[in-house]
Design a binder for this molecule. Structure first.
Ligand code: HEC
Length: 106
């Protein structure tokens, strides 16, 4: 620890409040409000999941539906849907990192 500067970046602690909720507010809540399917308005609503069940599997970003939807890799529509443009990789990385750090309410 500490000798490689990249390590510092990789171990930077993600914050739901600081990094994740603002991203949802800007890109998702206009559709994912409290209207029955997946709500992205708060941590607790996110963790409840949507019609397909859980969107987040803590410590397993590749297995998390939300990441599959963001990257367009899984079955189902890419999020946010066209004509909105896909989130850039840096933003998707933030969400992945947050999930792989335990998907904490921090
Ligand atoms: C233009 C409206 C719109 C926007 C913006 C949008 N979504 Fe969606 N999303 C939908 C609709 C409609 C569905 C349900 C249909 C489906 O599953 O494809 C959905 C489904 C999902 C699902 C699957 C939920 C489930 O349990 O089936 C996830 C995960 C998701 N969205 C994540 C996101 C994220 C994260 C963002 C922001 C980056 C986002 N969406 C932005 C309309 C939107």
């Amino acid at each position: 620890m500490g000798t490689n500067p990249n390590e510092e970046i990789n171990t930077e602690e993600m914050s739901y409040k600081k990094h994740i909720q603002p991203l949802f507010n800007a890109n998702c809540v206009n559709c994912h409000g409290d209207n029955g399917n997946l709500s992205l308005t708060t941590y607790n609503n996110l963790m409840k999941g949507g019609n397909s069940g859980k969107s987040i599997i803590a410590n397993n970003s590749t297995g998390s539906l939300l990441i599959n939807r963001l990257s367009g890799e899984g079955p189902g529509q890419r999020m946010p849907p066209e004509p909105a443009s896909q989130l850039d990789d840096t933003k998707i990385e933030l969400v992945k990192k947050w999930i792989d750090q335990g998907a904490l309410n921090n």
